[in-house]
Design a protein around this ligand. Sequence first.
Ligand SMILES: Nc1nc2c(ncn2[C@@H]2O[C@H](COP(=O)(O)OP(=O)(O)OP(=O)(O)O)[C@@H](O)[C@H]2O)c(=O)[nH]1
Ligand SMILES: [Mg+2]
Length: 220
Amino acid sequence: MKLDLNMSLMEKNDAIAAAIRAELQQQGVYSINIIGSPGAGKTSLLERLLPHLPLQTAVIEGDLATARDAQRISACAVPAVQINTDGGCHLDAAMIKKVLPVFDLAKTDLLIIENVGNLVCPTGFDLGEDLRIVLLSLAEGGDKPAKYPATFLAADLVLLNKIDLAELCDVDIAQVKAEIAQINPKAEILEVCCRKNHQQGLEELAALLLAKINAKKTQE
Ligand SMILES: Nc1nc2c(ncn2[C@@H]2O[C@H](COP(=O)(O)OP(=O)(O)OP(=O)(O)O)[C@@H](O)[C@H]2O)c(=O)[nH]1
Ligand SMILES: [Mg+2]
């Protein structure tokens, strides 16, 4: 792949993302990029969702420091690699490209990338994904879609997590959904709860993802 020296940072990222997308497509790997604030429940979502997916899945974890999230995913018997950004507030396509050889892509159906916890910075960086999920914790307050519209505009699927805390946090779920629909009418919205013993919406989410993966396969 050729990268022109005069390319802007974003042009370079987009060129690498396009190469990743082509490689994953060639290997028959569907990919998902999950974006959400620190603590929104991204890793919890994966811990609860992975058992519902009858697929060979690989996970890339992005965090400023520690390998804790990759360890949590490995404990689910799913291959995981941790990227530490050492202060960086988002993953970029070059970081993904570098770690891809860790996985046996020929034997992988699904690659899930958990971005660095941040509702702003990851938005502009294409990672070569097929599907972008924005995970919103309702405990953060229902006004976040309106305040961070670019992130929700770029979402294919918005997950409303911590649905168990909505009432406690005075969040009107119907209002949140209406505000997301106003920003991005195309985004699908699902309610989930990722607490270990109070799971909700995970089977529905797994079915939705499997349908999307199958739809892409039949297009090819
Ligand atoms: N009440 C409630 N707590 C949840 C839910 N999902 C996750 N949590 C809790 O939220 C906290 C943060 O969860 P994580 O899964 O580590 O969040 P994260 O988005 O991966 O965090 P970072 O990777 O640090 O950005 C944990 O204490 C979880 O147990 C939920 O649906 N309801
Ligand atoms: Mg996490």
